[in-house]
Write a protein that binds this ligand. Structure first.
Ligand code: AMP
Ligand code: GLY
Length: 311
């Protein structure tokens, strides 16, 4: 079958590389793709990945039977819904389910409602109320812009001044645009992080090998947070015992919660976890493969990715 991969990063290069190994894959297209993947896929320029109608038209013209949407922006923009409406199979969550990444307040409220372990938090739309809460809680404390901010909308404040400054930056100066008109202020969690990328059909959820990405810039993690600058897998912190606990206390309840909310989640669910003294807790959910985690996790996947995605 012909396959269309949406996106242009190293994550999408890895997806193309892995899909190309399948006997089921004929021609692979990438929109817009990148020069690195051009040996394996035909890269198509001039189609915006946030233009759902244009994506569908392209898929129809190229007789695409499976579309794979990589980045969060087209996923939260309903690209998968558009492919489905045109009768084209598409891998990734529909718009209503991608909200688990698109809005931090949505995902935090979901976790609270369904008792999924995560940091204690409050959601604010007013800077003064956020600041009062921060003064009452003290530092260290974590401030997050509600919407998508390319992995940069999170400030882990070690001092009160830094935390209050973050509120001014996000809500006053709008450093992350409209993503910051609402903020989540949450408890600082100490521990080691682990990323668990999972395949799910909405009912069953199967994790890939655990990985870890390098988040903060500068040596010895001294700089600000980034979307991730490198990764490795398998991450030893993800022991079989830990993963069994994650499956039972986090992954299965989350999939059930999304179904109960009428937001059946299919695709890759990325659980970003902190392994704390009280056990694993959710730092964030992403509605897609991690970048750069995909570059280290998919090479370790023995199964045929096309078959997995069709399932
Ligand atoms: P997020 O975008 O929510 O994954 O946050 C980005 C990064 O900030 C995470 O990968 C962590 O390194 C850090 N972080 C986020 N929330 C917390 C928290 N509650 N406690 C400690 N570190 C956090
Ligand atoms: N590496 C973090 C992410 O993909 O969001």
């Amino acid at each position: 079958m012909n396959i269309l991969v949406v996106g242009s990063g190293a994550r999408e290069h890895t997806l193309v590389w892995k899909l190309a190994q399948s006997e089921k894959a004929d021609k692979i297209y990438a929109v817009p793709g990148n020069p690195g993947m051009a040996e394996l896929a035909e890269c198509i320029e001039g189609v915006s990945i946030t233009d759902n109608a244009a994506l569908v038209k392209l898929a129809q013209e190229k007789n695409v039977e499976l579309a794979v949407v990589g980045p969060e922006v087209p996923l939260t923009n309903g690209a998968v819904d558009a492919f489905h409406a045109a009768g084209i199979k598409a891998f990734g969550p529909v718009q209503a389910a991608a909200e688990i990444e698109g809005s931090k307040s949505f995902s935090k409220n979901l976790m609270k409602k369904y008792n999924i372990p995560t940091a204690k938090y409050e959601v604010f739309t007013e800077a003064e109320a956020a600041k009062a809460y921060i003064r009452a809680e003290g530092a260290p404390i974590v401030i997050k812009a509600d919407g998508l901010a390319a992995g940069k909308g999170v400030i882990v404040a070690m001092t009160l001044d830094e935390a209050l400054g973050a509120i001014d930056e996000i809500m006053g100066d709008k450093a992350f645009g409209s993503a910051g008109s609402r903020v989540v202020v949450e408890e600082f969690m100490a521990g080691e992080e682990v990323s668990v990328l999972c395949f799910t059909d909405g009912k069953t959820i199967l994790p890939m090998v655990p990985s870890q990405d390098h988040k903060r810039v500068f040596d010895n993690d001294q700089g600000p947070n980034t979307g991730g600058m490198g990764a490795y897998a398998p991450a030893p912190v993800g022991t079989p015992e830990l993963l069994a606990q994650v499956q039972k206390e986090i992954l299965e309840p989350t999939i059930k919660a999304m179904e109960a909310e009428g937001r059946l989640y299919k695709g890759c669910l990325y659980a970003g976890l902190m392994v704390t003294e009280q056990g694993p807790k959710v730092v964030e959910f992403n509605a897609r493969f991690g970048d750069p985690e995909t570059q280290v996790v998919l090479p370790l996947l023995e199964s045929d990715l096309v078959e997995v995605m069709l399932a």
